[in-house]
Design a protein around this ligand. Structure first.
Ligand code: EPZ
Length: 424
């Protein structure tokens, strides 16, 4: 069981280069199922979750060439299996993003139901609602904890679908399924995240006819066939926000390269409310928190373009060190405060009422043994460890390695006193 040790590191300084976005590369890889030609995906981050998705595709019959670093060539000449691998699905719930492409390409998919995780139940009812609207039969086999989705011989029929919640995954799954439908599909109350636009751009390069991705109404005109393409993954806005907060919490200054400011506007706005200086330079986003009189602010997570839920825990870690009380509201997931217990082990003294956390602020955190309770909470614990007195030992760091490329190395490059240890 490996762990991360973090010692009090003083202000971080230097520059860091952002990798390709985890939450974009996963649906992009799933989309390669839609054609029998080769798709070349570039700027692919080296992540555990990317390896799981590659294995999901191979399980369905795809040929994967990942011999060139940062590049994946995927070709699904034909589908040889239409059942998702249960172990892989349990390892990564984003495996369900292969359902839409499999339904469109093969007409049938059997998917073990993904477990919930520490941040919530995370049902897939909206995904299934979309598939039903497209004419699919959905059989929920509760006994075997799996769902069987299939369409008749005349395939998928376009239709209008209203999403009760602007679910990122449901929007992506339905959009991919609709590319090969007969007729036009409209997704109402669609998610507007940048990853949706990145996926639509890839699909349109493959010959799909998608309009208005990035708005709350996406229009997909079905086509007969899709072809291969070459596409580079957008930079990871959540990794960008994480390193912006690394500068803020350590009162340092960091130049964040290969970042898209337009994808992190809520984080820039909130850090500026705290008196952190953020400048958009030609070389990248420059965050300078060396000014000591930072002030507290409240945050409320919302679907994009609101404040991203994935940055809630890293931002909370920062707020524990800033003078003044702040309220953190989590509106996207029902259980995304598991990191509060861990921060309180370090002396943060945070209290929770329903989906609100009250952060008293102004604390000097103390090093402690803590857990990474989810991917982003793990990052939050590293940030807290950078400024805590003594040593912070973080366990369950496999969460972190699922979604951050070269995480420890990137922090070391900024002057952090951090190391990964193999712990039996
Ligand atoms: C994506 O998850 C991201 N993962 C998450 O990032 C991110 O937090 C989330 O979007 C919100 O931005 C990937 O893209 C791989 P949702 P997803 O469907 O698609 C409810 C990270 O740390 N819901 O938008 O699963 C759901 O329970 C991860 O990188 C339904 O009720 O998120 C949740 O409360 C964590 N029914 C809310 O919607 C459904 O059918 C948002 O979920 C689907 C979702």
């Amino acid at each position: 069981m490996s762990k991360i040790l973090v010692n009090s590191s003083g202000p971080l300084h230097g520059e860091v280069c952002i990798s390709g976005a985890k939450n974009s590369v996963l649906p992009l890889l799933a989309a390669t199922i839609l054609t029998d030609q080769t798709c070349v995906i570039e700027d692919v981050p080296d992540l555990v979750d990317v390896n799981v998705m590659k294995n999901m595709l191979v399980n369905y019959g795809s040929e994967i060439d990942d011999s060139e670093p940062g590049v994946i060539r995927a070709q699904m000449k034909e589908v040889s299996c239409c059942e998702g691998d249960a172990e892989l699905v349990q390892e990564m719930r984003a495996s369900v993003f292969t359902m839409g492409p499999m339904l469109a390409r093969h007409g049938k998919v059997i998917m073990p139901l993904p477990g919930g995780c520490t941040i919530g139940k995370r049902p897939i009812d909206l995904h299934l609602k979309g598939f039903r609207a497209l004419g699919a039969e959905v059989l929920e086999d509760k006994e075997n904890e799996r769902v069987v989705v299939s369409v008749g011989p005349d395939g998928i029929k376009g239709d209008a679908i209203y999403l009760d919640f602007p679910s990122v995954g449901a929007t992506e799954n339905i959009m991919m399924a609709a590319t090969l439908a007969e007729g036009t599909t409209i997704i109402e109350n669609a998610a507007k995240e940048p990853e949706i636009i990145d996926l639509a751009n890839l699909l349109n390069k493959m010959g799909a006819r998608i309009k208005y991705a990035g708005t709350d109404m996406i229009r997909i005109e079905g086509v007969k066939k899709l072809s291969g393409c070459i596409h580079a993954v957008i930079p990871d806005r959540i990794e960008t926000g994480t390193f912006m907060l690394a500068a803020a919490i350590t009162r340092g200054d960091i130049l964040i390269k290969n970042a898209l400011p337009g994808h992190v506007r809520p984080i820039i706005a909130k850090l500026k409310e705290c008196n952190v200086s953020v400048d958009l330079l030609p070389e990248g986003i420059y965050v300078d928190a060396r000014n000591e009189d930072l002030i507290a602010t409240d945050i409320k997570t919302l679907p994009y373009p609101g404040f991203p839920t994935d940055i809630q825990s890293p931002f909370m870690a920062f707020l524990t060190t800033v003078k003044g009380k702040s309220i953190v509201r989590e509106t996207v997931f029902e259980n995304r405060f598991m990191h509060v217990v861990e921060l309180n082990r370090m002396g943060a003294d945070i209290s929770i009422q329903n989906r609100e956390a009250v952060v008293p602020g102004g604390k000097t955190l103390k090093g402690a043994r803590v857990r990474a309770t989810d991917l982003r909470a793990g990052a939050a614990m590293v940030l807290a460890g950078l400024v805590a007195t003594g040593t912070t030992e973080i366990s369950e760091i496999y969460h972190i390695e699922r979604g951050y490329e070269n995480f420890v190395q990137k922090f070391k490059g900024l002057g952090a006193d951090i190391m990964k240890i193999e712990h039996d």
